[in-house]
Write a protein that binds this ligand. Structure first.
Ligand code: UD1
Length: 425
């Protein structure tokens, strides 16, 4: 176990690069199952989750080469693949639920372990299940496995998602591409990662229209062919750096980012006093003086992303004025607040809202990461805290950000990793 050690007091300056989105790369890897042969993905982030997904695909019979330094994953999918994703891997990587759609489409059956609760609220699978049922699968849960069966293949259908779930949209999309006939998904998720998967599937020969809008239409085809594809840039990593610059009063160019994927987040930061410009290579955030607090509520894309909510908490904890941060997507995604309180933030949780009154500076203390984003946000909090902050459970952060401490050091921060103390009990 390791922790981050952060000595506060530096503004981040310089340039930082973002690579492909974790939340797209993992889904593209699952999507590779849809075509026999060799799929090549580039711009893949160097994170543990990719290693876990590679192992899952190997256990399904694929040969997977992952060159983390080069950011390349090559997946060789045989004619016949397995259809079972074990609990051991699914519990380590919740996103592995996205093999469900591809497996039932390719094999006529998928047995995927039910992930169980994780640390950011309950995340149902009902929309995944009912979507596949509309496509002709029977779905049930037995002995901890969600089993979807369609021995005679899937057929098109009219799927109306009650909520624009990212995961459910991906699963039904990846199932529908090989179904017979036409599928229409209404109230589909519109995230750039959905657009990326649709672009990948279309290159493979799928017929998809409307990805990026609320209505996606798919005309099923009988087979797909493997392709080479570059993963869409990680908008959450880019947003992390935007907030890091704004929170620390820094000046960062975020290279490789697509500013349009962060519309609302960048607008909010700009309205609150940061200077945001689009550059040839991405965007630049310049902040000086004390920035203003702002209210924000998380919503499905193009709304403010839930994955950036912890960074909005940290920003507002040291901003001028008061703010209300509202979480509308996941229930318990406020674990960051109790840790921020340890750093001297004036923050109070009320249902799915957090009320914050900005303080001039936080005060360094030991805190603990509860997930990827809270961990990264707490490291940024350490940068605006007096003295030293340690952020335990650094491995959470490694799941979303390759070389986070090194990147921060290049930008002038005093951030290192060290072994964590063994807990007393
Ligand atoms: C994905 C991302 C996650 C991001 C989220 C929202 C991955 C691995 N994770 O998560 O980082 O925060 O999108 O952008 O890509 N829901 C149901 N029933 C379902 C499915 C979802 O009730 O069948 C609910 C969930 O409980 C949650 C909400 O819908 O409240 C959002 O879930 P969803 O959009 O599916 O997010 P994930 O795909 O889990």
């Amino acid at each position: 176990m390791e922790r981050f050690r952060v000595v506060g007091g530096t503004s981040l300056r310089g340039e930082v690069s973002v690579v492909g989105a974790k939340n797209s790369a993992l889904k593209l890897m699952a999507g590779a199952l849809l075509a026999e042969g060799r799929t090549r993905l580039t711009n893949v982030p160097a994170i543990l989750d990719v290693t876990i997904m590679a192992e899952l695909l190997r256990r399904l019979g694929c040969t997977v080469d992952y060159d983390a330094d080069a950011g390349v994953v090559e997946i060789d999918v045989p004619d016949r693949i397995g259809h079972r994703a074990d609990y051991e891997l699914v519990r380590a990587l919740r996103a592995s639920i996205c093999v469900l759609g591809p497996l039932v489409a390719r094999c006529g059956r998928a047995d995927v372990a039910v992930p169980g609760g994780d640390e950011i609220g309950s995340r149902g699978l009902d929309l995944h299940a009912s979507g596949l049922e509309t496509l002709g699968a029977t779905v049930h849960v037995t002995h901890g496995y969600l089993i979807a069966e369609a021995p005679d293949g899937l057929h098109g259908g009219d799927i109306r998602l009650e909520f624009p779930s990212v995961g459910a949209t991906e699963n039904v999309l990846m199932a529908a591409v090989l179904a017979t006939g036409k599928t229409r998904v209404t109230n589909a998720a519109r995230e750039p990662e959905i657009v990326d998967i649709a672009a990948f599937l279309s290159k493979m020969g799928a017929r998809i229209e409307g990805a990026g809008t609320s209505v996606i239409e798919v005309e099923g085809v009988s087979a797909l062919t493997p392709v080479s594809h570059e993963v869409v840039p990680d908008r959450i990593a880019a947003g992390t750096w935007a907030f890091a610059a704004a929170t620390t009063g820094g000046d960062l160019e975020v290279v490789g980012a697509v500013p349009g994927h962060l519309g609302i987040a960048l607008d909010l930061l700009a309205d609150a006093g940061s200077d945001i410009t689009t550059t040839d290579r991405g965007f630049r955030v310049t902040a000086s003086g004390r920035r203003s607090a702002f209210d924000v509520a998380t919503l499905p894309y193009p709304g403010f992303p839930t994955d950036l909510q912890p960074f909005a908490l940290v920003y507002n904890a040291v901003a001028q004025g008061s703010a209300m941060v509202t979480e509308n997507l996941f229930e318990a995604r406020f674990r960051t607040v109790q840790e921020l309180a340890r750093l001297g933030a004036d923050a109070r949780v009320d249902g799915h809202h957090v009320m914050l009154h900005g303080v001039e500076r936080l005060s360094g203390a030991p805190v603990e990461a509860s997930d990827i984003r809270s961990g990264a946000a707490l490291v940024i909090a350490g940068l605006v805290a007096d003295g030293t902050t340690t952020v335990s459970r650094a491995h959470h952060v490694d799941r979303g950000y390759a070389g986070f401490a090194e990147a921060l050091r290049r930008l002038g921060a005093d951030v290192t990793r060290e072994p964590d103390e063994e807990p007393f009990i």
